[in-house]
Design a protein around this ligand. Structure first.
Ligand code: DGY
Length: 298
């Protein structure tokens, strides 16, 4: 049976079922496929694109597109959609959770209680403070702005680094290093795909009381430099939802009590994943019916 829709990556089952029900979606590349549905985790390689001679649109579940070969996409005039907006709140919520956990050491306190150390060692050591701290946001897009909005309720001072200055009241910094120097906590909410923005110099600038939170992409950080800084205590802690080589998280990171680790779950709530699936279905339908995408990449 042929279909214009290919399921090109593992999808949550309700979405895959709906694509099969509505469009008879296939799971192997074939002639006649005009829309490939993938995820931000799996993307689409140039080789996969090459196997689909009639492909005209890629519809991706998720907001990141660093895993899609954009050169091959441009060369073939293929259009791409992602699922922006609907996941903004969930990812921003998680960023705040990781920030508070890293600074107040909630996960480590939990381990302390479970191990019986409250009884054997006494009170837990004092931690850093969240309210009123300076937070530098790298990538003040939809998610970065939602993180900043939440942090204003904590009376935090916000600074940011984008390539260009945005029309916002927060101070813009001309480099991530300068932002790290200014900030108590650096939050990464930028797309990945390029060279790391945070390496040894930025971590050194963040300083021994500083914390790093990453809900963007693992590729934004030089992971070896981060492990070195955490191990030496030249930064105080980190809260990470994304890693360089997911799902493999380096043993050194897993061994550190000063880091909070999440398995790339920024958008992983029932509500958000449901809304993302609906938006994928709307993009597929709009492309098949009108040759347009609801949320095209600009
Ligand atoms: C995405 O969709 O690209 C984000 O990583 C969500 O966690």
């Amino acid at each position: 049976m042929s279909s214009p829709v290919l399921i090109a990556a593992p999808l949550q089952s309700d979405l895959a079922d709906e694509l099969v029900l509505r469009h008879g979606a296939v799971t192997e590349p074939e002639r006649g496929v005009t829309v490939a549905v993938t995820t931000s985790a799996h993307g689409l390689t140039a080789e996969q694109i090459g196997e689909l001679p009639d492909l005209k649109a890629i519809v991706s579940f998720g907001v990141g597109y660093d895993s899609i070969d954009l050169d091959a996409v441009r060369e073939r005039g293929i259009v791409v959609s992602t699922t922006p907006d609907v996941l903004t709140d969930a990812v921003a919520d998680l960023a705040i959770g990781l920030l508070i956990d890293s600074v107040r050491r909630i996960s480590d306190s939990d381990r302390y209680v479970r191990a019986g150390s409250w009884v054997t060692l006494g009170t837990y050591p004092l931690t850093g403070h969240v309210t009123g701290r300076r937070v530098g946001v790298v990538g003040l897009g939809r998610i970065g702005q939602a993180i900043a909005d939440r942090l204003t309720a904590f009376r935090c001072e916000i600074g940011y680094r984008n390539r260009r200055e945005a029309d916002v009241a927060y101070p813009w910094f001309s480099s991530v290093r300068d932002l790290a120097e200014w900030a108590d906590v650096l939050v990464l909410a930028a797309p990945g795909g390029g060279d790391p923005l945070v390496g040894a110099p930025e971590l050194e600038a963040l300083g021994a009381d500083g914390h790093l939170v990453n809900v963007g992409r693992g590729s934004l950080v030089d992971e070896s430099a981060l492990i070195a800084a955490l191990t030496a205590g030249t930064i105080a802690g980190a809260g990470l939802d994304v890693f360089a080589d997911e799902p493999d998280v380096p043993r050194e990171l897993r061994a550190l009590d000063s880091v909070v680790l999440a398995p790339h779950v920024g958008s992983a709530t029932h509500d958000t994943r449901g809304a993302m699936a609906d938006l994928v279905l709307a993009n597929v339908a709009a492309f098949l019916e009108r040759g347009e995408l609801v949320t095209p990449l600009s």
